[in-house]
Design a protein around this ligand. Sequence first.
Ligand code: SAJ
Length: 452
Amino acid sequence: MRPPTQRQRKNATDAKTQKRENHADKTAKNPLKKTAKRRKKIKNTKFQDIIMKACFMGLGYIGLPTAIIAAKHGIKITGVDINAKVVEKTNAGELHIIEPGLGDLLKEVVASGMLHASTTPEVSDAYFMVVPTPFKGNHEPDVSYVEAATRAVLPLLKEGDLYVIESTSPVGTTEAMAKIIFSERPELEGKIFIAYCPERVLPGNVIYELVHNDRVIGGLTPESTDKAIEFYSQFVQGTLHKTNSRTAELCKLTENSSRDVQIAFANELSLICDKAGINVWELINLANKHPRVNILQPGCGVGGHCIAVDPYFITADFPAESKIIADARELNNYKSFWCAEKVKNTMLEFELKNHRKPTVAMMGLAFKPNIDDLRESPAKYITTKVMQSCNNADILVVEPNVKEHNVFKLTDYREAYDKADIVVFLTAHTPFKELPWRDDKVILDFCGIFKK
Ligand code: SAJ
């Protein structure tokens, strides 16, 4: 992922994120300095046994950065991943994910011996489950990776240890994992600390947010909450809010569902405006002049593996109660389908009018601006749909943040813009905003590049 530039920050739609990112800029020079001080304070005063050895199960987009930051703060880390290549790369000090600034930190903590990776867990004082929780068919949450990671650390657990789930999980997962632990190791009941602590970081700004964001920590008991707080205090400067595990689990799902619902509102407005012949960008801009209105931006759908997934963890368990959450999810999915249909219809109209097939530029494949992450990307879905339905048309696929793709042949964005009869803006990458408006082209601007 690319670091957000000043200009992207200016264009950010979420005022809260904007504020944080600006603050990040100011403190970017040394975001870890304050925590070092704080940790020293903790060591000297409040806590008796600071956790010195921790095992992170999962070295993905969250597990790896958290493990690196913890290692940087003096906690000896074993990073565990089932993927041997990830382990090998990590031990070589090479980052297997894209995150600004993290590569240097990884090199540092590997060189100092504070972090090493392995395919199996090692005896530690604390264990963190940071593995994926996808959904199965029919949008049922799949916690099998959390369970597998839990079973892997089970034999290593000893009295006084801390076990934490960070993976986004349905309500009751922490209790369910505790049940598994105590059914296998009944002698540990009441002797280990179990908590849930969801991550909240935004890709591209992870180092800053891992340290500065507030966190919600829910233990199975108040003692477990305190023990988890003791761990996170070692590197988190944000406030650590105490609660129970079920509230913490639902809190994570609520945060992402809230964003999904708000984006759905913007997407619904875009459908209404399309029919009414009103510019949705102007409309939202004007409505947001009201002091208590803050509408997000419409797009070609909601992507990524968080916002487009987590709401299902609520709707699967509470179908009768989660009407708005379910409708929002459906609407955001529908918006991608609607965009694909709009492109296809525009191509047909062009062909009828000009008696030839159009050249079409599909601008952007990533799931959001200025990143190279194509997972669960609505832009990729739309591009695929359009390509499948228009065999002979010349479709130019553009993604400036990716060098090569194994399915799509990528074209330079300027060349594609120049050649195309129909230009479809799918992802609001910053370089696209430098392109001049062209009256000689049909432009479908789904993500507000020109806001026309
Ligand atoms: N989007 C819009 N309109 C907007 C804002 C976003 O259509 O106004 C779209 C994006 O284009 C993208 C999708 O929503 O397709 C999700 O992007 P995002 O920036 O809203 O969120 P993520 O998935 O990158 O990260 C979210 C964050 N959660 C919240 O903002 C509540 C992050 O803090 C979480 O840590 C992350 O999910 C996660 O891991 O759960």
